[in-house]
Design a protein around this ligand. Structure first.
Ligand code: GLA
Length: 726
């Protein structure tokens, strides 16, 4: 029997033995195995269900026999993850194992394979990390130039993952502004599938660095072996799935195109973390692990319940003024709201921000619009017993702004070419590679928070991609570092903000859902899912986002009818039932709402408060996919104790005489009885037929609920609570 040497199970410590061949990194239900011997290549053998005896993997022929970190240059035709040019022009690496290390801490374990080139002073440390109480294993590398002269990195992926070649299907997202995150599922054919983006800043507008791959046929919610992966990097990314009849290999990392990196002597380049999880319970199993991991390890304050907020954007757009803000706060507070967020339009004096054409960078309250200043707004919030938040877009400027006039050199541009401008034909990006600019950006938050410590929430927006690839701060021969150094500059700023303001709630927004990654989320509490607030389209977007990102972080707002983006007219109940499946908020002008809508909102807000922990901290089960064209969509959340649950059902197409599926619930205790409560009846006095019914977990899961007669009308929807009967 082959010797099992390193077992990285939560909380347990096994002394690392330096001489054996096979190493195993395990979580509660999964294992990753590699073979490593001093002076030899390190070999990836297995990633999948938990293995107790390594010999099983070899006896069953499950071992992959592929390098853990294949380098360019020697006789190896497979995909490469690293390519380095040495000072003497040699483009190859010959990496062999030097040693293996393991460290256990309270958050899990860290296993490191130290690889060294046989001749050149290049060392690569390949990390595998586990996270206590999750089935997530992450991996990344450190590339150390131990020589004196600089070397150039042309490829520097975080991860290389060989996957069994069966009938593999993949899940990922694609989209554009206001239509982000549409789910794509397809069979992986031989050749390459690349998921990538190079916008520089708002990198999840088109795609997202997250995916799933099945090992045994079409992807299902409840069954099948699935690996999920996500790259924790908010800059340009590239995930490449290379398939042939023998295997699939996944390479994931920073998108290296136009980003070769000169690494000075004695310097180390650290790649971002790539996190993966494996489940035998289909996509649902993968999602629940990612959510748990996000809440416990990645998302800032990931277990802190979020307030119900009203954002002013769709209500007033740029027409911010004291009276309007007072009115909105008062009306929202009367509906039970907890937090008011003043969006764009509040700043600029020489150039007041009346549209998108000016003022970014001039973060002074516009005296004309808000003569009482932020003080006046905080006063009003206090009077209305709600918290106050504010919008900023700190990485940006407009050519029409005092900032641009004072610091033209702070702008990202190419010196001998015309300046490209974005939104409003004037928007430009600040050069965050420059420490002076980093100080300025930090100062925006710091000044607001120092003067007004009562500010509870900030929405941090980014409405531009990186347009002109040029920095006057970076040396001429280091311009290719720009995409990477920008992100590092941003991270420096965010780290400083978090060190000083750990309790501030911050939302990551990038013209909607342009910045949803585990690279940015460690500094943010939530993300703005999309500028599209149409309830129907949101069902599709939120569904795909939920594959990888947790509900607590998914800002989901009730907006006006007709909807400002799609023009669709949708009843208030449906709009609430959709928004309540994430972090509920509103984005509406209260004075344009009818009394009946306000009355309904009040009840729905109250209901959401009562089930908030179930949605925001519970386990998600997706029941009927909107992408399956079954006429409806349904999902539910269950507490870890299985004593409470919330179920959402949405009718998404409407024809007379339709077939509709039963809603088979999941995640409940089959031996217990549950009482149903209609959370959002249209009429308080006549809840739906299911209200107060008691049904066993077994029936609910095996047979389900017949909702056909409850969803007769167009935009029929249900939000139901289940409570266990002890
Ligand atoms: C972006 C955001 C919106 C809003 C506007 C303000 O588009 O996504 O929510 O904040 O900017 O200009």
């Amino acid at each position: 029997m082959r010797k099992k040497v390193l077992l990285a199970i939560l909380g347990l410590f096994f002394a690392s033995a330096m001489f054996s061949k096979d190493y195993i990194v395990s979580t509660k239900h999964t294992s990753l195995i590699f073979k490593a011997e001093k002076g030899e290549k390190s070999i990836f053998q297995y990633y999948g269900s938990k293995i107790d005896n390594i010999s099983d993997v070899y006896n069953a022929g499950l071992n992959m026999n592929m390098e853990t970190y294949p380098a360019f240059g020697l006789n190896n035709k497979l995909e490469k993850v690293v390519a380095i040019t040495q000072p003497d022009g040699n483009m190859s690496l010959d990496l062999v194992v030097d040693s293996i290390e393991q460290i256990n801490d309270k958050n899990g374990s860290k296993t490191v394979i130290i690889l060294k080139d046989k001749i050149y002073p290049v060392e690569i440390k390949q990390f595998f990390r586990t996270y206590t109480n999750t089935d997530v294993i992450s991996t990344w590398v450190e590339i150390c130039n131990n020589g004196k002269k600089p070397i150039t990195l042309y490829q520097f992926a975080s991860a290389y993952l060989p996957v069994y070649r069966g009938e593999n299907w993949i899940n990922h997202m694609h989209g554009t502004w206001a239509a982000e995150h549409f789910m794509e599922e397809e069979m992986l054919t031989n050749g390459q599938k690349v998921i990538s983006n190079k916008y520089g800043l708002d990198n999840t507008k088109t795609d997202n660095p997250s995916f799933m791959i099945s090992l045994d046929g079409k992807l299902n919610e409840k069954t099948g072996s699935v690996i999920g992966g996500t790259l924790a990097w908010t800059g340009n990314y590239k995930i490449k799935l290379n398939a042939n009849n023998q295997n699939v290999t996944v390479t994931a990392g920073i998108n290296e195109e136009n980003s070769h990196y000169i690494l000075e002597g004695k310097q180390t380049f650290v790649t971002p973390e790539f996190a993966m999880t494996y489940s035998n319970s289909g996509k649902g199993g993968v999602s629940r692990e990612f959510h748990k991991w996000a809440r416990n390890y990645k998302l800032h304050q990931g277990n802190r319940l979020h307030e119900i907020l009203l954002n002013s954007w769709e209500g007033v757009y740029f027409k911010v003024n004291q009276q309007e803000m007072n009115n909105m706060m008062e009306a929202f507070s009367a509906m039970g709201g907890e937090l008011f967020v003043m969006d764009d339009g509040w700043f600029g004096n020489k150039y007041p921000r009346n549209n998108a054409q000016s003022s970014l960078g001039d973060w002074e309250v516009c005296k004309e619009k808000l003569p009482e200043g932020i003080e006046g707004l905080l006063e009003s919030a206090k009077k209305n017993h709600i918290k106050f938040g504010i919008w900023i877009e700190p990485e940006m400027s407009n050519t029409k702004s005092e900032l641009f006039e004072k610091h033209p050199d702070w702008i990202m541009r190419i010196s001998n070419r015309d300046l490209t401008t974005g939104r409003g034909q004037t928007q430009v990006v600040l050069d965050l590679t420059n420490p002076e600019v980093q100080n300025f950006v930090f100062g925006i938050v710091d000044k607001l928070m120092t003067e007004f410590p009562q500010i509870y929430y900030m929405k941090w927006d980014d409405n531009s991609c990186l347009m002109d690839y040029g920095s006057s701060y970076l040396p001429k021969d280091r311009q290719s570092h720009l995409y990477i150094e920008y992100q590092r500059g941003l991270e420096n700023v965010l780290k400083r903000i978090r060190a000083k303001y750990p309790n501030l709630i911050m939302q990551a927004c990038a013209g909607g859902g342009g910045r949803i990654t585990y690279g940015i989320l460690p500094y943010f509490d939530e993300f703005w899912t999309s500028d599209n607030t149409d309830a129907i389209q949101r069902i599709y977007m939120q569904w795909s986002i939920s594959n990888y990102y947790p509900a607590i972080a998914m800002a989901s707002h009730v907006s006006a009818t007709k909807n400002h983006q799609t023009g669709r007219i949708v009843p208030i109940k449906f709009r609430f039932d959709v928004a309540m499946s994430g972090r509920l908020g509103m984005e509406i002008q209260p004075k344009d709402m009818t009394d009946a809508e306000k009355e309904f909102s009040k009840r729905a807000i109250k209901a959401y408060k009562s089930i908030r922990p179930v949605v925001q901290l519970g386990d998600l089960y997706r029941l009927v996919s909107p992408y399956d064209n079954k006429g409806l969509a349904s999902l539910m959340y269950v507490t870890p104790e299985k004593d409470r649950s919330v179920i959402f059902v949405y009718k998404i197409s409407h024809l007379i005489d339709m077939k509709l599926p039963y809603i088979k619930l999941d995640g409940l205790d089959e031996n217990k009885l549950y009482r149903i409560k209609d959370l959002t009846p249209n009429n308080e006095k006549s809840p739906c037929r299911l209200n107060s019914k008691v049904i066993s977990g077994k029936t609910l899961m095996e047979q389900g609920l017949n909702v056909k007669n409850l969803l007769k009308n167009q935009y029929g929807s249900l939000a139901l609570e289940l409570n266990i009967i002890q």
